[in-house]
Design a protein around this ligand. Sequence first.
Ligand code: DGJ
Length: 712
Amino acid sequence: MLVAALALIAVETDNTSLIMVSDQEGVLRTAHYGERISDPSEFLAADLFSDPYSESHTRSYPSVGGTFINQPALHVKYADGTHNTELVYKGHSVTSSDGATVTSIDLLDSVTSLEVRLVFTAYEKENVILEHAEIRNGGKKEIQLLDYASSSMTIEAGKYLLTHFYGGWATEMNIDREILTHDTKVIESRRGTQATQCNNPSFLLSLDTDSFSENDGEVVAGALAWSGNFRLSFEIDESGRLRVLGGINPFASSYPLASGATFVTPDMIWTRSPEGAGGASRNLHRWARKYGVYAGGTVNPTLLNSWEGAYFTFTTETLLRMIDDAADMGLEMFVLDDGWFGNKFPRNGDDAGLGDWDVNVSKIPEGIDYVASYAHSKGLKFGIWIEPEMVNPKSELALAHPDWVVQSPGREIPTARNQWVLDLSNPAVQDFVFGIFDKTMSLAPSIDYIKWDCNRTVASFGSKYLKKNQDRFYVDYCEGIYNVMRRIREKYPSVIVQCCSSGGGRVDYGALRWFNEIWTSDDTDAFQRAYIQYATNLIYPACVMGSHVSAVPNHQSGNVTPLKFRFDMACSGRLGMELQPKTLTPEERAVAERCIASYKEYRDLVFRGDVYRLASPYEGDYYSLMYVSEDRSRAVVFDYCLRYQNRAVGSHPLKLRGLDPSRKYRVRELNVDRSSWWGDGGAYSGEFLSSGAFAPSLLTTYSSGVFYLEAL
Ligand code: DGJ
C-alpha cells in the first residue's frame, strides 16, 4: 500500500541530502541520507513503512513507546512512572547563518506535553551535517531522561564495515574494523574525565564492501562533540537497515528535567563521501578548520616543551638554557610543563602540590615573569602547564576544600597518579578552575600558551554539591568544563590552549570548540606515532595534532629511531621538541635546525591543506601522506618506511593525489644532501606524479622523506 507523507524536509549540502518525511500518523521518518537528490519531493510518495509489524527502522528520532521496540534515541520516565513517549511532527523552519542552513523540526507528544526540537545544521560546501536535540518538558511535573541521544541516523546498504578506535594510555587511537552483523554494537566511554583514552566518539562506515578503501566507495563518518561519557550504537534490525545512535552515555545519568526546562544535547557530526575514507576525512577536516576547532587552521608555533627533557627536576637556570637552545634551533615557543608550583607541598613528583598554583620559590625564585620575559627577549613565545581539574591529597587545596573532591559519601577516595578529581559540577569549583587559569595568565604580562592537562578518570563518583541529584554528575561535570572554557574564551580569545589528558584522553569535537590543539599522545616514539597519527587524522585535522621530537631510546617504548625520522614524523603535525637539547650532538643540532627551518616553508599546508593518505601503516610497511593547498599549487609529501625492504625492490612507488594533472610541479626533497628520488629537482606533471612514477628509494627501517612540490 502506498501511503503519502504529510510533510517533507530536505537537509542539503552541495553533494548530500538528508531527507525526512512525516507519515500519515505524523511519525518523522528518515527516507534518505546519501547523494544529493535534485527533486526530494518524489520522496513524498515513498512507501517507507509498509510493514506494520516492523515499522521502527526508519524513525528519525525514535522514542520508547508506541510500537517502537528497537534501540531508542529517547527514553523518558514520567512522574507517574510511565515510559511511553509518542512524538508527532508539528512543523519545521529553516534559517541560514555563516555558510550553513539550520533546519529545526518540532515534534510533540500531546499526551505528556514532551517537546523535542531536532536541529540540523548543514554546512553546504563542506558536506557536513550537525544534529542535536532540544528536549523540553512541557508537562507539569519533573521527568527523568533515561536515554537522550543527539542523533539517530538511518543508513541503508547491503554491508556495513565499521572502523573505530581503541587503545589506552600512550597507545591511543588504534584501529579496529568489523563487518556489522544483526543486533547492536556499542562503543562507549564511562570514564567521566579522559573519556577518549580508550576509545573515541567517532567512526567511519564503509558501505557495501568488505574492505576499507581510502579512495573509493561510499563512506559515512560520524563524531560526537562531547568530552564526557559517550555512547555510539550501531543496530541492524530485521529490515537490514542500520540505525546509528550517537549521544551522551546515559550510564548512571538519568537526567532530571523540571517542568518547563529544556535539555540540549551535544552535536553529532555527520558527513558522507563517495570518495572513500579520504573523502570523508577531507570533509570533516575542512569543516573543522573553519567551524569545529577553536581558531582552526591558524598556524600554531613550533615549540620546545620541558617535560621529557627535565620532568620535575629543574631550576631557573635549566629553563633559561633550554630557552637559549630552543631559540638557537629556530623554535618559536618554550613551554614550561609540570613541576613549577607548590611550596608547602612542592611539586617535585606526581604525589604532591596539585591544586597549589603558586610558583615554587626554590626552583624559580625569580618568578614565572622572569622566565617568560627571558623567552620573549629571545624572540620566543612562552607557554605554561596547568592541571586545574585535579588535586593531590598532599596539597593545601585538599586540606582547605575537601568538599570539592569527587567522592562517594562514607567511602575512601581512590587515587590515581596520586591525585583526586575536583567536582566540576559545582559552580564554586568552576569559579576556582577559571580563577586558576586567570591567575596563571597573570603570572607574566604575556602568556601565549596554556597546556591544560587532565591526568585521571573519575572513580567512585559522588558530588557533595549535587546532594540528591547524583544522576546529574557526569553531564554537569562536562558542562562545567565547557562553562569554564566559555569564560576563558570571553576573556582570553587569543591565547593558544592545548587540550592534553595524559596525551589523547580528551580528543573530541566538543573540546575542540574551545581548544586550539591536542596533545595527541604521550607516546612520542615516531614509529608508534605513525599509527596514532594516521588514525587520529581519519577524523581530526592535522592542525590540531601536537607532535614532538623526543630523545632515544624513547621514554615510553624504548624504541630507537633516527633523528630525521623523528623530525619527519613530527613535521606532519604541529611540530615540537620535547627533550634536553644539551644532549644533542653538533650533527644532531644541525639536523634539527635544518628540519625546523624547512618546516616553516611548508607548514601552512599541514595546517590548512587537504590530506591525501597514500599508504596506511595498517596495510603495509609504509606510512605515506600528503597535504595539498586548496588551489592545488603546492603540496608536501611525507613518506616513512616502517620495515626493512628487500633491496631488489629498489624503490617505493607512490601515486600522489590531489594534484592538478595538467600542471607541472617542481619536486624538491627537503632536509637531505642526496635525494632518495631520482627525479629530485625536476618539474613533472601532476598526471605523471600520480601515475606511480614518483618512487623514492626509502628501503631501510625508519628511513623517511619529505618532498615539497610547487607548481611552475
Ligand atoms: C601528562 C601529559 O600528557 C604529559 O605531556 C605531561 O604534561 C605530564 N602529564 C605532566 O605531568
